[in-house]
Ligand binder design. Structure first.
Ligand SMILES: C[S@@+](CC[C@H](N)C(=O)[O-])C[C@H]1O[C@@H](n2cnc3c(N)ncnc32)[C@H](O)[C@@H]1O
Length: 307
């Protein structure tokens, strides 16, 4: 790979300064953001629970093939703009952009509310495709204010509405407003796979309610509802993958993965539920199937004002 463009370095350096200034001068806001995002995205030495999960799954490899094809169709000119909400450590977008073979000067705005992941993201952008220009913003979507409008907005596996489906229309409506007139919103969420089942069963037990983890069906239903007022062309894609939980070889990592799915520390989980969790994983020989689903909603009326 060629060396990274000077422009790219400038943006990374600038973003580092933005993050540092957040880290050192806005500690109170930091605590506020951490509370909003769940401990599974915070680092307690080593890696976040989300990153432990990534090491045992081929989800990002498989899913980035599909996202790469989608981006390849959408990013067709130099200078197009992408907003990625909840970028994580940036690995998924990096893989997808490489597979998409994007045009030069594609401008990437990467929004990440976890301090630990925002730091990783800045490092990861150095490995983004040559000619792309990445800017990391350490912020929640609620606090993100911009006059920019984007060609593509990506939201992949981000618990935006915290599984409260009734909050989705307002959130998606606001995000659609950040798109250019012919822009596209890409939402990546699970289908009804093993991880959806795992979360639904054990979060229900932990919370004592009928918990239902959000799936792509909720996103598509919401987008179809919004399409009545904002003309949208919605298309669907899927990618299948597997997670191998190391319940025999590395119980510590297996527990981190469970904590990531349930957003609950292991020592806070009652014994009977812990046993049921391990028995569920053993029954599946540690293999949980993923179905990553993509809803691509493209604005179709260039004369429509932002919703
Ligand atoms: C499962 S990770 C997905 C990361 C990346 N998009 C991917 O698909 O690999 C979820 C990400 O969303 C971020 N996140 C959590 N809650 C969020 C919220 N309310 N708004 C925006 N991002 C959020 C987390 O910090 C984390 O980076």
């Amino acid at each position: 790979m060629e060396s990274v463009l000077p422009n790219h370095q400038i943006w990374v350096a600038l973003s580092q300064r933005i993050v540092q200034s957040f880290l050192f001068t806005r500690l109170r806001k930091e605590v506020f953001m951490s509370n909003q995002i769940g401990f599974e995205y915070s680092n307690e030495g080593g890696e976040t629970a989300f990153e432990t999960f990534l090491r045992y799954s081929n989800e990002k490899d498989k899913s980035s093939e599909v996202l790469g094809r989608i981006l390849n169709r959408l990013l067709v000119e130099e200078g197009m703009t992408v907003l990625d909400i909840g970028s994580g450590n940036g690995e998924y977008l990096r893989l997808s952009l490489i597979k998409a073979k994007i045009p030069r000067k594609t401008m990437l705005t990467l929004l990440e509310p976890s301090k630990d992941l925002a730091e990783r993201l800045i490092v990861a952008t150095k490995q983004f495709p040559d000619g792309s220009i990445a800017k990391v913003i350490h912020s929640t979507p609620e606090d993100f204010v911009t006059e920019d409008r984007f060609d593509v907005i990506l939201i992949s596996h981000v618990p935006l509405a915290k599984n409260q489906a009734d909050k989705l229309p307002a959130i998606y409506r606001k995000i659609l407003g950040l798109l250019k007139p012919r822009g596209s919103l890409i939402i990546v969420l699970r289908g009804k796979d093993d991880i959806h089942e795992f979360r639904t069963v054990f979060k229900s037990q932990l919370m004592g309610i009928n918990y239902r983890s959000m799936t792509i069906d909720d996103a598509v239903e919401t987008l179809s509802f919004l399409a009545k007022s904002v003309p949208l062309n919605i298309s669907m894609h899927t990618a299948k993958a597997e997670l191998h939980v190391p319940y025999c070889d590395n119980i510590r990592d297996a527990i981190s993965i469970v904590e990531f799915f349930l957003n609950k520390r292991w020592d806070e989980i009652p014994n009977n539920i812990r046993e049921a969790i391990m028995s569920y994983i053993r029954q599946k020989n540690g293999v949980l199937k993923h179905i990553d689903c993509f809803a691509v909603a493209r604005k179709t009326n260039p004369f429509m004002s932002a919703p």
